[in-house]
Design a protein around this ligand. Structure first.
Ligand code: 1WB
Ligand code: MN
Length: 333
């Protein structure tokens, strides 16, 4: 059984430096809580930052010790999305060049998701095309951009390019946007504990309801964290959208929300090592739509591997979740 881990975080010195500089600005977005804890001057030399930038030390040793065949690497949240359009675009290009080099150096162990700056959707579309020539396996962005969601048609050139290049877009979480931030500002609720999932699932449901997948029927979106809770909501989303009493402003859609979710989305198990949730998701979405992940270095590798090895799934389905689906969706040899 091949183990391909699909949400494995990384970074590069220039991005880390830019985020450390950003912690000194008066940006009031909710991401600042987590960004300061990782990239603040006092924290950046220890903790996650050094492990995000490591590609031949502890990362590979941990993979070897646990039988993890491949890390699908992606620039970690919040990516380049807290910077202005010029800086974000330049840093995305730089990160993609470096990530492509990491993969080229060790192509058996690393696959790579390229990134882009939605702050400038037209240049983002060009970078997506360049990602294809760099040999990227897919793409990654982190939920909202400047507090806007991706049903907004100004972003659609990105989706047109991703669909044309046949590159799946992993929409990773970031902290909730300004519109909803205040409800998540206490008790650590901005974070992966809760706010990350609310933010990202809201973005995905907006994309479905906003007609993105009627316009781009072959676009593939990947959501982590067992689909950010959406699998559990599908029945209700279908029922309530079909029965939206007198709400004529709901857009006409060709399919039911759950049908778009099964056709245009795949999910990963990152950070949800719960066999019941896995079993439910596999049954609800189909075994071809669920991929295993660790979320290195934020989650430990040993229990993530244990989770998939001991999963109460038929062996053929387990092999699909462990690696075969990722190989297909992310074009990994
Ligand atoms: C996640 C978790 C992502 C953490 C992160 O990116 C951080 C995640 C900055 O759950 O995907 C975290 O600090 O726990
Ligand atoms: Mn993650």
């Amino acid at each position: 059984m091949r183990l391909i881990a699909t949400e494995e975080a990384c970074s590069f010195p220039e991005v880390v430096e830019a985020l450390t500089a950003h912690t000194k600005t008066n940006d009031t977005s909710l991401d600042m809580l987590l960004v300061k804890s990782i990239y603040g001057e006092a924290n950046v030399k220890s903790g996650f930052a050094p492990r995000l930038m490591d590609f031949d030390g502890e990362r590979l040793t941990t993979m070897d010790e646990n039988g993890v065949d491949v890390h699908v690497l992606s620039l970690t949240a919040p990516g380049v999305q807290m910077f202005d359009a010029d800086k974000g675009t330049a840093l995305a290009e730089l990160a993609n060049d470096k990530l492509a080099a990491v993969k080229k150096k060790n192509p058996r162990r690393f696959a790579a998701l390229g990134t882009f700056a939605p702050q400038d959707p037209k240049r983002a579309a060009r970078e997506i095309e360049r990602c294809k020539t760099l040999g990227m396996n897919g793409l990654v962005i982190n939920s909202h951009t400047n507090d806007l969601y991706y049903d907004d048609q100004r972003f659609w050139p990105m989706f047109e390019a991703a669909e044309a290049m046949d590159l799946a877009i992993y929409i990773h979480p970031r902290a909730p946007s300004k519109q909803i931030a205040s409800a998540y500002a206490d008790y650590g609720m901005d974070s992966a504990m809760w706010g990350y999932g609310i933010e990202t699932s809201t973005n995905a449901v907006r994309m479905i309801m906003g007609g993105v997948f009627d316009r781009f029927p072959k676009l593939k979106i990947v959501l982590g964290h067992m689909g950010e809770g959406i699998p559990f909501w599908l029945w209700r989303i279908d029922f309530m959208s079909a029965n939206a009493r007198g709400r004529e402003h709901l857009p006409p859609m060709k399919l039911k929300p759950s049908e778009y979710f099964r056709r245009n989305f795949a999910i990963t198990t990152s950070g949800v090592e719960d066999h019941l949730a896995l079993d439910y998701s596999v049954k609800k979405l189909g075994p071809e739509n669920v991929m295993w992940a660790i979320d290195y270095p934020y989650q430990p590798t040993v229990p993530a591997v244990q989770f998939i090895k001991t999963a109460p799934l038929p062996e053929d389905v387990k092999a699909m979740v462990a690696g075969e689906n990722a190989a297909r969706i992310f074009h990994i040899d």
